[in-house]
Write a protein that binds this ligand. Sequence first.
Ligand SMILES: NC(=O)c1ccc[n+]([C@@H]2O[C@H](COP(=O)([O-])OP(=O)(O)OC[C@H]3O[C@@H](n4cnc5c(N)ncnc54)[C@H](OP(=O)(O)O)[C@@H]3O)[C@@H](O)[C@H]2O)c1
Length: 321
Amino acid sequence: MNTTSTVPATVSLGSNGPQVTPLGVGTWSWGDSLFWDYGKGYDQSQVREAFQASVEANITLFDTAEVYGLGESERLLGQFAQENNTEVAIATKYFPLPWRVSRESVREALTKSLERLQVDSIPLYQVHTPFSFFMNQETLMDALAEEFQQGRIEAVGVSNYSAGQMRKAHEYLQKRGVPLASNQVQYSLLNRKIESSGIWQTAQELGVAIIAYSPLAQGLLTGKYTGQENPAGARRLDPKFKPSGINKISPVINSLQKLGEKYQKTPAQVALNWLMSQGAIPIPGAKNAKQAQQNAGALGWQLDPEDTQVLERVSQPWLKG
Ligand SMILES: NC(=O)c1ccc[n+]([C@@H]2O[C@H](COP(=O)([O-])OP(=O)(O)OC[C@H]3O[C@@H](n4cnc5c(N)ncnc54)[C@H](OP(=O)(O)O)[C@@H]3O)[C@@H](O)[C@H]2O)c1
C-alpha cells in the first residue's frame, strides 16, 4: 500500500497557470437556502468553522459563484478570509444572465464579486454555464481576456462546457494570447460522462485543468445515505436518494467501504483520492468543520493502481451517465 503522497502540494490551473491546492472546497451551500436549506440545521457559524478547518488542513482553494446564495457565499468567503487574516485562492463564476449583453456586463459583475470577496484580484474567474443566446462566446471571451490583461483575474476558466465549446473558448482566448485554464464539470464515481464525451481528452490536449464538481455525488459517495432519511434541501426530491437509487449504487459504496478499511480512510476520502489520481481537482462541498476535516483527509496518501482499477470497474455503468 502506498501511504506516501504522490499528489503534489500544488497543481497548476492550466499550463503555467496559478498554483492551487490539488483539492478545494465548494461553497455553494454557504448562504444558499434555495437548494441547500442554509439556515436550517446549519448556518454561518458552521460554515465559518468549515472554512477554518480547511485552512488549518492547508486547503486554500475555495470555489464559489456570484449566484450562490445570491452573493452570500462570496460575502461569507470574503468575511472569513478577513477575519482569519488568511490568503486563500478564490475561484468564482460569472453567470450569463439574459440581460447581460455587452462586455461591460462582465466588468460590472466582476467588480461586484471582488467587492463581496474583499479582494482586488482572484486566481480564477469562470463562466458558469455556456449560455450564448444573449452574449456570443467571442465577445464574452474577449471581455474575460481584457480582465486577465488588466490583472483582476489570474486565469480564465469555464464550467459545464462540452468538448466543442471548450475548444471554441480556447480558440477565442488564444487570439488574445490568453490561455483557457480550466473547465469545471460534474465528475465523480457516479458521473464519469466526461471520460466518454470527449471532455477529458480535449482538456488533456489543450492543457486545460478539470475541476470536478459534486465529487461526492452530493453526499451519496460518503455512504451515509440509506434511502430512509430525508436529505436536506432539493435532494429530498431526487430519486437517487430514495431506496431504489441507493440500491443501484450499492456496489460502488461497498467497494469504497472495503478500500476504506484497507487504507483506514472513509468512503468519501477514497472517492476524492480516486478523482485526484485521475488528475482532476475535486471541490467537495463542506457544511461544517467535521466534513471539511474529513474531506481534507483525502490528501497525503494515494490509492494503489490496482485499487483505482477496482473503482473504475465497479463504476463503469456511470461512464455514460
Ligand atoms: N459549476 C457548476 O455548475 C456547479 C454545480 C454544482 C456544484 N458546483 C461546485 O461544486 C461544489 C461541490 O458540489 P456539491 O456541493 O454539489 O456536491 P458534493 O461536494 O458532492 O457534496 C456536498 C455535500 O455532501 C455532504 N458532505 C460533504 N462532505 C461530507 C463528509 N465528509 N461527510 C458527510 N457528508 C459530507 C454535505 O451535505 P449533507 O451533509 O447535507 O449530506 C455536502 O453539502 C459546490 O459547492 C460548488 O462549489 C458547481
